[in-house]
Write a protein that binds this ligand. Structure first.
Ligand code: PMP
Length: 423
């Protein structure tokens, strides 16, 4: 029973692992955009296991590919040749623009971002990294230092030479929509807080955990230019925004018209399999070849077979276009909801990566944190699961599996409407 599982979890798992709802949900089965609890109750999943289930829960094509490979060979490491990892690397590189053709497979977003920062430092010979306030990049020692929010940092020394530039947040940012002012802050940070030379800059192209917060248009091209002039390289964290989720483009950075030097990806890449990757140029990757570099599980045959199936399914089912169409519909309906409920301060994002920020007062933007928790709990009781995030934990995060339909979107909005009515 759920009570027994809760007891086991409390006794044997770390108390630091947070649970999503006041009354926890136990999930035992998943089918595409639906989840089922132990009593067989169906939920519409609008969070995809934290933006990870891209193609759909237990997508039959992916299950088939994983099962087939599991029976043949599960593990070798890269000390032997195996076709899966090599063919997968090519297929993934084919998805990348420009000279981003060298792939490292790892197991999580944190590992990918660790690796990216190491590459930036190894390649440039510089030390200082710059990331954005309100950005999220992982929970390892190094990536925690790159996170830009106190609640994502353990109270341990964050001594990794990572500085945080002002966040170009169109809704709460100090300079509103003015990309040039945020860029000037970045320039000032380099001038005043570094030796003048930097290793690199790492940013999400829409902040995920930070509340589906888009970066002010024009910021990334300006920031990339400033970083490159200071000797650094540019890293796009596509852990949430990649694989077509934003609808218009396959990669989030393409929406801002920039070409990164390193791209990190995780979550949606594996539809739930522990898989992540760093993709960079042959020149940058060469910075590490003089030393042993190794990853036991990275790109193991089962994950590679699954990752290849994810690429095939997303293409065959035209999921990028689908995210664009359903996302635009959902965005429109959420904006209509905003007209009706004054507690909604902001509706934002693109594709199937959307955020709804709740405030007590639209003018002061005082966060309505308790109402956010309350409404999410009610939506769960009505059969819809969403995420939560943002600077103040007052943003609904709507990032469903990419098979989410227009009807699902309508159902979600109706349920949200009812939950907000009852507040
Ligand atoms: N980058 C981003 C943008 C993320 O959202 C996350 C996870 N929420 C990570 C990195 C870290 O990924 P992981 O949890 O797989 O280590």
């Amino acid at each position: 029973s759920a009570e027994k599982v809760l007891q086991l979890r409390k006794t044997y798992l770390s108390p630091s692992l947070s649970m999503h709802f006041r009354k926890p949900v136990m999930i035992v089965e998943g089918k595409m955009q639906y989840l089922f609890d132990e009593k067989g109750r169906r939920y519409l999943d609008a969070f995809a296991g934290i933006v990870t289930v891209s193609a759909g829960h237990c997508h039959p094509e992916i299950v088939k590919a994983v099962n087939k490979q599991s029976e043949l060979l599960q593990h070798t490491t890269t000390i032997y040749l195996n076709n899966q990892i090599a063919e997968y690397a090519k297929e993934l590189a084919d998805k990348m623009p420009g000279n981003l053709k060298c792939v490292y497979f790892v197991n999580s977003g944190s590992e990918a971002n660790d690796m990216a920062m190491m590459l930036a430092r190894a390649h440039t010979g510089n030390w200082d990294m710059i990331s954005l306030r309100n950005g999220y990049h992982g929970m390892s020692m190094a990536t925690m230092g790159a996170c830009g929010h106190s609640t994502w940092k353990q109270p341990v020394p964050q001594s990794f030479g990572i500085l945080h530039a002002m966040n170009p947040d169109p809704y709460r940012g100090l300079f509103g929509n003015d990309a040039t002012k945020y860029a000037a802050d970045l320039q000032d940070l380099i001038l005043t807080a570094t030796s003048g030379r930097v290793a690199g800059f790492m940013a999400e192209t829409i902040q995920g955990v930070g509340g589906a917060t888009p970066l002010v248009q024009g910021y990334l091209p300006a920031a990339y230019k400033i970083i490159r002039e200071a000797g650094g390289i540019c890293i796009a964290d596509e852990v949430q925004t990649g694989f077509g989720r934003t609808g218009t483009k396959y990669w989030g950075f393409e929406n801002q018209g920039v070409q990164p030097d390193i791209v990190t990806m995780a979550k949606g890449i594996g539809n739930g399999l522990p898989l992540a990757a760093v993709v960079t140029t042959p020149e940058i990757s060469a910075s590490l070849t003089k030393r042993l570099h190794f990853n036991t599980f990275g790109g193991n045959p089962v994950c590679s077979a699954g990752g290849r199936a994810v690429l095939r399914v997303l293409d065959a089912e035209k999921r990028q276009e689908h995210c664009g169409v359903v996302g635009a519909h959902l965005l429109k309906r959420l904006n209509q909801l905003k007209d009706k409920h004054s507690i909604i301060g902001d509706v934002r994002g693109q594709g199937l990566m959307l955020g709804v920020e709740l405030v007590k007062d639209r003018h002061t933007k005082e966060p309505a944190k308790d109402a956010t928790v309350e409404a999410m709990e009610r939506m769960k009781d009505m059969g819809v699961l969403m995420g939560k995030g943002g600077l103040f934990g007052n943003v609904f995060r709507i990032k469903p599996p990419m098979c989410f339909s227009k009807d699902d979107a309508d159902f979600l909005v109706d349920v949200m409407d009812e939950a907000l009515n009852k507040l």
